[in-house]
Design a protein around this ligand. Sequence first.
Ligand code: NAP
Length: 298
Amino acid sequence: MSAQIIDGKALSRHLRTRFRERVGALAAHGVQPGLAVILVGDNPASRLYVANKVKACEECGVASFLHACPADITEAALLGLIARLNAAHTVHGILLQLPLPPHIDMRRVLEAIAVEKDVDGFHLYNVGGLVVGNTIFPPCTPYGVQLLLETTGIEVAGKNVVVVGASNIVGKPMALMLLHKEATVTVCHARTRDLAQHTILADILIVAAGKPGLIVAQMVKHGAVVIDVGINRLPDGRIVGDVDFDGVRDKASWISPVPGGVGPMTVTMLIENTLRSAERCLERDAEVGHPVWDAAVL
Ligand code: NAP
């Protein structure tokens, strides 16, 4: 058996085409969705991620406002920028590219982003919403995985789902989202003893550890669905996931490749959240009869 491929690139392309219709509907009300992207310092990986996000905005008709800040920006200056973006009527989403330099308190800065514009879903309010199953903006990577499963027609309710990786941005929100879809969820992390005894039970295995080759065929149940979130650059420059793709594809029923699986979906869900924010904003403005946010100088 050779697994069918879960094609995140194709689904992203499809979704982005549909986004243009929503952008058109907003334009009819005089609204262009806008995403502010804050980049601190010049980490090459962060620059690349930010460039991809800006490009996706262009492709979908979303305005992007890139704020490239020096690595030595003070926390106060960063908080000041966020306050201005919170108040700006043209900005519906604020994305703070992580990681931040060590002199900045990441949590304090993330909590400063207006909940209504927290399109990355990292504000504590949105994180808390995930726990009760009612978040405004689901975090983009697990949201993308959820949509990949849904659109592939993979039923989650009642399934054994094993999530390898327990980070705040991928593993934990992923586990919560699938728990709300009535899966039986196991979360593994670096201190998990005998990882294979957990992964072998998975009907759906989601791997987000950042360790190339962590999951090999012997650890996977016949017919399992395998989603590889990992992105790792090997010394020879190749980009691979956490799963031994060639070995595991002979055992799995479905598998997502790297690249071309979860990666494109993450950026696409960021645009989805930004559009939704603009739509919510329009609804709120209509309710109160005037713009909720005051125009501010960007
Ligand atoms: P992270 O913050 O470093 O977290 C990694 C998680 O994996 C931690 O919970 C860690 O356990 C666990 N882990 C590490 N080694 C393990 C092992 N040998 N066995 C089991 N668990 C192990 O990383 P992240 O930000 O979640 O990202 C994970 C991977 O996904 C990375 O490759 C990253 O590049 C990729 N990623 C991809 C996308 C995308 O769009 N496709 C988006 C975000 C991240 P502890 O908690 O015990 O340390």
